[in-house]
Design a protein around this ligand. Structure first.
Ligand code: MRU
Length: 364
């Protein structure tokens, strides 16, 4: 059954802990997309402004902006940037350009469905009766991208409200990768539950798996939770099982990049093994995700495209080669957790439990 969540709140602008916005459009119609460059965190807090679709594509591919909802929002603005120089073209030529740039941006990363979801929302604007006014059409595309960004903030806050009472007062929560403010416009998905629980006065500890090879847990999750005053401890990914066995974890919560129609969840590599170990120890395993992360066109997790990243990400650690040149490295960015291992999916519309194809069908 689906249980409905708490009340609607106004959009909470600004990241918890006073961090700069993960991404935002600056400067009106001639402006650009300003992102916090996450490849430099936590050492350097630097912003960069993207002015072209190519710069947005590169920022997504290089994980300067990352996390499923955030790359969707970035791509939506990227589509506006890539078509801006063609605002005076004939309507059909303009629409063809929008399609071309849309397909290009979708090629940046294959697993998170939020990317193509946001792109298709922008594309749909071009089919809404601006037949002979491409300038107006482009303005409406930018307004739609702004709407997607605003909605993401509201949706993430609501996910936190829906899930906060699951956070164990006096206990510990394990999370993986970064499903926080840095992965969304603000608040995050999995971490939103923690932010709201913290606001409610709950006391709890968070274990953040470091998340090899790119260390999103160590570099990003610990950074944003610590900035918000939440008690966070980084562990090597391999430490999780023994912590669970020792009774030091009461709940696991992660985000998602794509959820298939049967509830199988693609998320950062290592999520699946956490779910198996949590099941073994009887620890609840939750996924927090917006409805835009569900892909009902995909029957099960085996059909979700899994991004393969360059082997250098494993071979080199902090600029130093740690794997012999003759050895290979295998670097899938995501894995699939079967629905049967997931206690509930926390969405802005309520908690989806049990996680079954039938329940998901009813939910939508
Ligand atoms: O490769 P990344 O850093 O983009 O991977 C991110 C994740 O796996 C997140 O858990 C997921 O996108 C959900 S973000 C709210």
């Amino acid at each position: 059954m689906v249980s409905q969540g708490a009340s609607h709140l106004a959009p909470p602008w600004g990241a918890p802990g006073g961090l700069p916005a993960t991404l935002e459009w600056v400067g009106g119609e001639e402006g650009g997309l300003r992102i916090l460059d996450q490849t430099l965190l936590p050492g350097r807090v630097e912003m960069r402004v993207c002015q072209t679709a190519e710069e947005v594509w590169e920022a997504i591919r290089a994980l300067r902006v990352r996390g499923a909802p955030a790359i969707g929002v970035a791509a939506a603005f990227g589509l506006c940037l890539g078509t801006r120089p063609f605002r005076d073209a004939e309507p059909d030529a303009f629409r063809a350009k929008v399609r071309e740039v849309a397909d290009y941006l979708c090629s940046a990363r294959p697993t998170a469905v939020n990317l193509s979801w946001a792109i298709e929302r922008i594309y749909a604007v071009t089919e809404q009766g601006f037949s002979d006014d491409t300038r107006k059409m482009w303005g409406a595309m930018l307004a739609e991208a702004q709407a997607i960004a605003r909605e993401d903030a509201v949706v993430c806050r609501r996910i936190g409200e829906v899930g906060a009472d699951l956070v164990p007062d006096g206990g510990a929560v394990l999370t993986h990768c970064n499903a926080g403010a840095l992965a969304t416009v603000t608040y995050g998905t999995a971490l939103s539950m923690l932010y709201v629980a913290h606001e409610q006065g709950k006391r709890f500890q968070v274990f953040a798996g470091e998340t090899r090879p790119l260390l999103q847990g160590a570099r990003l999750t610990a950074f944003e939770l610590a900035a918000a005053g939440i008690d966070v401890t980084v562990i090597c990914d391999s430490t999780a099982a023994s912590l669970m066995r020792a009774g030091r974890v009461q709940m696991v919560v992660v985000g998602a990049d794509r959820i298939a129609a049967n509830g199988d969840v693609a998320n950062k590599i290592g999520t699946y093994s956490l779910a198996v170990v949590a099941k073994h120890h009887g620890i609840p395993f939750y996924v927090a995700a917006p409805l835009s992360t569900f892909d009902l066109t995909i029957a099960d997790g085996d059909r979700i495209p899994i991004e393969q990243r360059p082997e250098e990400e494993i071979r080199n650690v902090c600029g130093r080669q740690v794997v012999a040149a003759r050895a290979g490295c295998h670097n899938p960015a995501f894995d699939v957790t079967p629905a049967a291992l997931i206690n509930a999916i926390i969405t802005e519309r309520g908690r989806l439990k049990p996680v079954t194809a039938e329940n998901i069908r009813d939910f939508f």
